[in-house]
Design a protein around this ligand. Structure first.
Ligand code: NAP
Ligand code: MG
Length: 499
């Protein structure tokens, strides 16, 4: 095993890392896989290899699909409350193992351990319990048709085998967002975590078994988009792909779905969310909100409020306040005593984000704080200083494209019409924020902005009961709330003659 950061790890964390390479989890068994290949998952704070993980190929996807198909009749017909019980049991086990899971998340993803422990893990079980509660509340209806002597009713039935393909920014939370509603509704599951962060999904496998899910209900395959994810998207016996990731990959999955079996897809994709500060806002709350809207998770959040629109009369005040706050943010590894901004996920991501910064400067945006360059002791990890740009030209790539790093772009606006037009002038539509004390103005903006979620005088809240998803090229389908359950079911209409 490789060197770990100086931290008092749980013995179970060390033990888990020592069992390397990791195998695939199919039919409640750990299996070798057919490719004979492994890949490394790294600690982004140091670049050190944490574990070798099995690369699942198309034959492994076939094996997982076969197991999930075989499990489907039994699981889908299990008493609904019993399905819920399994999920509640899994939530209890995750709570029991939360310290280990948080440590693995920080090692694999880089996020501050405080965030993993107080953010990710409690969210994971809160969301799982919410979805578990839906298992026995998925109802059909009776339909008042125009024919006499007919009883017509609907059933909400599961789809079959669901493939979940998820990114690396909230590895366990994303897994649960899909596992929860898929299983509550009676589907069986194949989960592919991102290649950068497979560890918590693999740890979860043993908890799945312990929670008493029958073999084949949950299968976990590790591997990159190619071949593993692509083999899932193209598989003729997967009924749905639930995907979170980039817009370009989402489009590829949709294409593969169309060409294989018209499988259902739900796509939670990228964003370039506007966050608006009107002059009448509580400016200190708005500045703090704007800061965390961009820089939590080192900017690697799909909802990041990366375009900050500030009403011109308070532009300088807000920019100065934001800059002062950002300059106090501590960049360090996730187990450091004090850390606000951890590393980016990978060397490639660091290079990509740094590229946007260089190009933004060349294209005429002004760096107010940050940019490249870090203290020597962080070299080796994929760190970047939180960076704030000031700009006016909405056509800059920096302003149009999702960067997925700690980069804010701040601009001034003069009136509401201009604001709404500029807010909506990207291909994305995931989220938006607006800060003002004027209720009318707040709601006018909330209704006019093209976004799946709008926060008024706040930013970034996510709740299991509140539907979440995109407009435009941020995707379609909703996670959370009852909408999530609906997307894992299909409606059957039954006609009964009562003559
Ligand atoms: P990504 O490259 O699209 O990867 C997401 C997942 O898709 C990974 O598991 C990836 O595998 C897999 N994948 C890649 N190519 C594939 C293919 N051809 N067929 C099937 N699967 C494939 O995205 P990322 O760079 O990891 O994640 C960042 C992106 O996710 C950002 O754009 C962000 O906005 C978005 N995101 C959206 C939300 C949301 O809720 N809307 C939440 C979080 C993140 P490997 O990575 O293992 O190769
Ligand atoms: Mg990793």
């Amino acid at each position: 095993m490789t060197s770990l950061p100086d931290y008092n790890f749980q013995p179970a964390t060390i033990k888990f890392l020592e069992q390397s390479p990791k195998k695939l989890f199919i039919n409640n068994e750990w299996v070798e896989g057919n490719s004979g290949e492994t890949f490394a998952t790294r600690n982004p704070a140091s670049g050190a290899v944490l574990a070798e993980v099995t690369l699942a190929n198309a034959a492994d996807v076939d094996a997982a699909v076969a197991a999930a198909q075989a499990a489907f009749p039994g699981w889908s017909q299990t008493i609904a409350a019993e399905r819920g019980e399994r999920l509640f049991k899994l939530a209890a086990l995750i709570d029991e193992h939360a310290d280990v899971l948080a440590e693995l998340e920080t090692l694999d993803n880089g996020k501050p351990i405080r965030v993993a422990r107080r953010g990710d893990l409690p969210y994971v079980t809160k969301h799982l319990r919410y979805q578990a509660g839906w298992a026995d509340k998925i109802e059909g209806s009776t339909v008042p048709v125009t024919f006499p002597d007919q009883l017509v009713y609907t059933r909400r039935e599961p789809l079959g085998v669901v493939g979940a393909i998820i990114p690396w920014n909230f590895p366990l939370l994303m897994a649960i967002w899909k596992l929860g509603p898929a299983l509550a509704a009676g589907n069986t599951l194949i989960l592919k975590p991102a290649e950068q962060t497979p560890l918590t999904a693999l740890y979860l496998a043993d908890l799945v078994r312990e929670a008493g899910f029958p073999p084949g209900v949950v299968n976990i395959l590790t591997g990159p988009g190619l071949p593993t994810g692509a083999a899932m998207a193209a598989h003729p016996h997967i009924a749905k792909i639930a995907f979170t990731g980039s817009t370009s990959t989402g489009a590829r999955i949709m294409e593969a779905a169309a060409k294989s079996n018209l499988k259902r897809v739900s796509l939670e994709l990228g964003g370039k969310s506007p966050n608006v500060v009107f002059a009448d806002a509580d400016l200190s709350a708005a500045i703090r909100g704007a800061q965390w809207a961009v820089f939590s998770t080192a900017g690697q959040e799909c909802v990041a409020g990366t375009r900050l629109f500030v009403e011109r009369k308070v532009f300088n005040e807000v920019l100065e306040g934001l800059t002062a706050n950002v300059e106090k943010m501590v960049v360090d590894h996730g187990f450091a005593e004090k850390v606000h901004v951890g590393p980016l996920i990978s060397a490639e991501q660091l290079e990509r984000v740094a590229g946007y910064i260089t190009e933004g400067q060349q294209a005429g945006a002004e760096i107010v704080t940050g940019g490249q360059g870090l203290s020597a002791e962080l070299k080796g990890g994929y760190f970047l200083k939180p960076t704030v740009f000031s700009y006016q030209d909405d056509s800059l790539r920096l302003v149009q494209e999702e960067i997925f790093g700690p980069v804010a772009a701040v601009t001034a606006f003069d009136d509401e019409d201009e604001l709404i037009a500029r807010s909506n002038a990207t291909q994305y539509g995931l989220a938006a924020g607006v800060w003002t004390r004027d209720v009318g103005k707040a709601h006018r903006y909330a209704h006019a902005v093209q976004a799946g979620t709008v926060w008024i005088n706040g930013y970034g809240m996510i709740d299991p009961a509140a539907p979440f998803g995109g407009y435009k090229m941020s995707g379609f389908g909703r996670e959370m709330g009852k909408e999530a359950i609906d997307l894992y079911t299909q409606v059957k209409t039954v006609w009964v003659s009562t003559q």
